[in-house]
Design a binder for this molecule. Structure first.
Ligand SMILES: Cc1cc2nc3c(=O)[nH]c(=O)nc-3n(C[C@H](O)[C@H](O)[C@H](O)COP(=O)(O)OP(=O)(O)OC[C@H]3O[C@@H](n4cnc5c(N)ncnc54)[C@H](O)[C@@H]3O)c2cc1C
Length: 436
């Protein structure tokens, strides 16, 4: 049945097993060592680290904890860096570029260690990721990258020719692809629920439905005006990423929220699942507006995500667009119902590099470019150590000067439709060049 004809749930599929909920209201503290704005992966990981170091920490979220991107995402532990190594070298020099790439490996391992050390139950499985090639050139480039990844970082990674492809994905759409085994999948809403538990147990106080409205310097510290009263803090860390609002107008001019949307199919027959996703890997392709997809952790549904160029609430067009692309890869799903469709905001700095930075004494941890399952906990932790002035923690290659402002931009991404159009044209050209 076409997706636009059925009643779709517009809340994340993930919330059925792990609903995001308000916390019991607690009195607002008058004074804390550190105030954190935003209770997603970054804010909670930072809060846990700071509280364990003995700081009094309060975390404020204008929604329920995790109601931003952290309970809505695909749960793929990709840890992507948008820029390739050559571009990183050009922008930042050889040493910094190498350090950024290496830190990607460390950050992914940090997530896996944290899940195991903190006893975090979020259905994590290190199943590997298959990336599909659109044409022969694409395939050859991916094969070279896989070989490079294995040689330089020791990550198990290899090319899969088209003749072997059906062992990984039941489609003829791709022209082969590559696998890397350091990427897996988890249940994002279970992860945020568990991080909340760990942060609270560590001693961080978390307030839901408490918007920070302004942050003002006062002497050595800061005053935060919230919807529920005023708080004084010695230090402030902003972790608002794709939900950054008028509380931090300076940041708003430097970070672009971009909608990403996921659709979920109805439960599928086990034989069909075994044919379409025999290794239950995470999956993606190499288009600029590429798609990411996977099985639900219980192995019954396909979740299929991509950028959502719309700014309107009406989901029918973006859902139809995602479904069309799902069917292009898996024509067998023609009569499968779509049951859920939801979106959230990812966030990009102008140079597409996640980072920790400081401006006028306020610290920030933002810009995860749609790969925050790995980056947000890592950058959150590194930001916490920066606030602590930890001598034993290695400095991060992601500790940068602030991101550049975006010309003619004050927080409303009016230019997104033009970029989406351009990227779609680039992708069409890429497909044509690949003889598709
Ligand atoms: C549909 C979708 C799919 C994705 N898929 C993947 C994936 O498969 N793999 C991957 O690695 N990443 C993925 N991502 C990206 C990932 O989810 C994010 O990078 C990550 O969750 C960011 O975490 P965060 O803590 O920085 O921000 P968020 O979780 O977005 O939290 C920011 C919080 O700040 C709060 N806030 C904002 N302003 C204020 C204020 N003034 N006062 C108080 N609170 C405020 C918001 O309410 C929000 O809860 C996806 C994202 C989306 C939307």
């Amino acid at each position: 049945m076409p997706a636009e004809n059925i009643a779709l749930k517009s809340t994340p599929y993930w919330w059925e097993a792990a609903p995001v909920a308000p916390l019991p209201e607690m009195p607002l503290e008058r004074q804390v060592d550190v105030a954190i704005v935003g209770a997603g992966y970054a804010g909670l990981t930072a809060g846990m680290t700071l509280a364990r170091a003995g700081r009094s920490v309060a975390i404020y979220d204008r929604q329920h904890p995790g109601e931003g991107a952290s309970s809505r995402n695909g749960g793929i532990t990709s840890g992507n860096i948008r820029l390739d190594h050559a571009t990183l070298v050009k922008k930042f020099g050889q040493a910094r570029a190498d350090a950024i790439i290496l830190e990607g490996k460390v950050a992914r391992q940090h997530l896996y260690d944290m899940l195991s050390n903190e006893g975090i139950d979020c259905d994590f499985k290190l199943v590997g990721r298959f990336g599909g090639a659109l044409g022969t050139n694409d395939y050859e480039r991916m094969a070279r990258q896989a070989e490079h990844l294995e040689r330089t970082l020791g990550v198990e990674s290899y090319a899969v020719p088209q003749s072997e492809q059906h062992k990984y994905i039941g489609t003829d759409f791709f022209r082969g692809g590559s696998v890397r085994m350091d990427i897996g999948g988890l249940h994002p809403a279970k992860l945020i629920a568990e991080l909340l538990r760990v942060a609270q147990t560590a001693g961080a106080v978390v307030h839901s439905d408490t918007a920070v409205e302004t942050i003002d310097r006062e002497g050595e510290g800061f005053t935060l005006r919230t919807g529920r009263g005023t708080v004084k803090a010695r230090q402030v860390l902003v972790c608002t990423n794709g939900y950054t609002d008028s509380a931090t107008p300076w940041l708003r001019r430097r970070i672009v929220p971009v909608r990403s949307r996921i659709i979920a199919t109805e439960p599928l027959a086990p034989e069909l699942i075994s044919r379409l996703m025999p290794r239950r890997m995470m999956l993606n392709d190499t288009r600029t507006l590429g798609f990411y997809f996977r099985l639900s952790p219980d192995g019954t549904r396909i979740l299929f995500g991509g950028r959502d160029g719309s700014t309107l609430e009406d989901p029918s067009k973006p859902v139809a667009y995602l479904r069309r692309n799902l069917l292009e890869i898996f024509p067998e799903l023609e009569s499968t119902d779509i049951t859920h469709s939801w979106y959230g905001n990812v966030a990009m700095h102008r140079d597409m590099i996640p980072r920790i930075f400081e401006k006028k004494g306020v610290h920030y941890a933002t810009g995860f470019c749609g790969s925050g399952v790995v980056w947000a906990p890592w950058i959150g932790r590194k930001a916490a150590h920066k606030l602590l002035g930890s001598k034993d923690e290695a400095p991060s290659a992601f500790d940068f000067k602030p991101p550049a402002p975006i010309p003619l931009y004050n927080g409303k991404p009016w230019f997104m439709p033009f970029f989406m159009m351009k990227y779609r044209m680039d992708d069409r050209l890429k497909m044509r060049r690949a003889g598709r």
